[in-house]
Ligand binder design. Structure first.
Ligand SMILES: [Zn+2]
Length: 113
């Protein structure tokens, strides 16, 4: 079965790893970057629940694994796509660090307060 990317205006063939998401690699990485930006905004406000932080970390871990599969398990990628995957990896790592830092700080404040 051939699956095409569901983003409007994009008809790129979806690699098997991304069939459940129905996104081509470009749009998968763009959405990830967008999601990370949202998480950054959300954590900046600083009143997310413990569960929400856990959910963010799970999201980052799961999508990082998916990216790794795309990078090393699928068909040959163009240099441009490789660069895009790497830059999204970096965004994910920084995002994870940010979530971790703020969750820890909030946890400390809860204990003191
Ligand atoms: Zn697409």
């Amino acid at each position: 079965m051939l699956v095409s990317c569901e983003v409007v205006g994009c008809k790129t063939r979806v690699p098997p790893e991304l069939e459940p998401q129905r996104r081509c690699i470009l749009h998968f990485t763009l959405e990830l970057e967008h999601e990370c930006m949202q998480m950054r905004r959300e954590t900046a406000i600083g009143n997310s629940t413990r569960e929400r932080y856990a959910e963010m970390k799970r999201y980052i871990a799961e999508h990082g694994q998916k990216l790794a599969q795309l990078a090393t398990g699928g068909p040959t990628l163009t240099d441009e796509t490789k660069a895009r995957i790497l830059s999204t990896f970096l965004t994910l790592m920084n995002c994870r660090e940010n979530v971790e830092r703020i969750a820890t700080r909030q946890e400390t404040e809860r204990r003191i307060g």
